[in-house]
Design a protein. Structure first.
Length: 285
């Protein structure tokens, strides 16, 4: 963040210094130049001593190369030419983990894209204990991602993404906590599989859907056969039910003249007619 306060102090003291030099030129003559130089140095020192950090920033102060303290947010003072500042952003930051090639436990190569979210919990540790905490946490996240996924099969990886993300997050946070970093989470954005494997998985999914459809049809046929058997048993116990069913069927055919109805007579009825015919023939003889 631009430290506009130092600029305002420098300009304000500069205007006052110009007025002082102008007055001194009338009283001390040639020494006015020395006054101007001294005032300029004092102006630069005062302006550089006043610093400001935003709400999300922390200023790590080093005095003669040694850690002195953490300043901010807001206005704070340092000793010019003695203290050095390093500004650290403490907001949550997102780092892209792109195109990481990983071999699963069942030797299937996959390419993964992810995002790591972290924040700086201890600015002094992040600067002192690791050379470049951004690069360090990125490389560690990549390593943890390979280690965790390498211990799982492809089916486990596809089915337990949230569990894997949590395991990677815990691994990264456990080892980067000493660097003054806190991990908010890691998310796997995309998974790329070999084309041949995609085709095999598509055929497997199609076969699984066909299997479920066949099972559903078989279950439906079984239920229908059970219902038909129950209906036949009911009609066998109640002869009138068969006649009612026959009448319902005839009524459902409609009055159309083109309909041809073939009625099959029961075998018992045919035998009864044959017996009556034989009986009449015997009486005549």
């Amino acid at each position: 963040m631009i430290n506009y306060v130092s600029g305002l102090v420098f300009v304000g003291l500069g205007l006052v210094g110009a007025l002082v030099v102008f007055v001194a030129a009338h009283f001390i003559g040639p020494l006015a130049l020395l006054v101007a130089v001294l005032w300029l140095l004092a102006d630069v020192a005062a302006a550089s001593a006043i610093n400001m950090a935003a709400e999300w920033e922390r200023a790590v102060v080093f005095r003669f190369g040694k850690f002195s303290g953490v300043k901010g947010p807001g206005l704070f003072l340092i000793v010019p030419l003695i203290d050095q500042l390093r500004i650290v952003d403490t907001r949550v930051q997102a780092i892209t983990i792109a195109h990481q090639s990983v071999i699963t436990k069942d030797n299937i190569p996959v390419t993964i894209d992810g995002v790591l979210f972290f924040w700086v919990a201890s600015p002094q540790d992040a600067l002192i204990k690791v050379q470049n905490y951004l690069m360090a946490v990125t490389q560690y996240a990549k390593t943890a991602l390979r280690d965790v996924i390498g211990q799982m099969t492809l089916d486990q990886f596809l089915a337990e993404r949230e569990k894997i993300e949590k395991a990677i997050e815990q691994a990264v946070e456990r080892d980067t906590k000493a660097w003054g970093l806190g991990v908010t989470g890691i998310r796997i954005e995309d998974i790329s599989l070999p084309e041949e494997l995609k085709k095999m998985m598509s055929r497997q999914a199609s076969a699984e859907r066909e299997k479920r459809a066949t099972i559903s049809k078989a279950e439906g046929d079984r239920d229908a056969a059970t219902d038909l058997a129950q209906a036949a048993d009911t009609m066998a116990k109640s002869p009138g039910a068969m006649h009612l069913r026959t009448l319902q069927t005839l009524d459902g055919l409609g009055p159309t003249a083109s309909n041809t109805v073939v009625i099959g007579l029961p075998l018992d009825l045919m035998e009864a007619i044959r017996a009556m015919r034989d009986s009449l023939a015997a009486k005549k003889n």
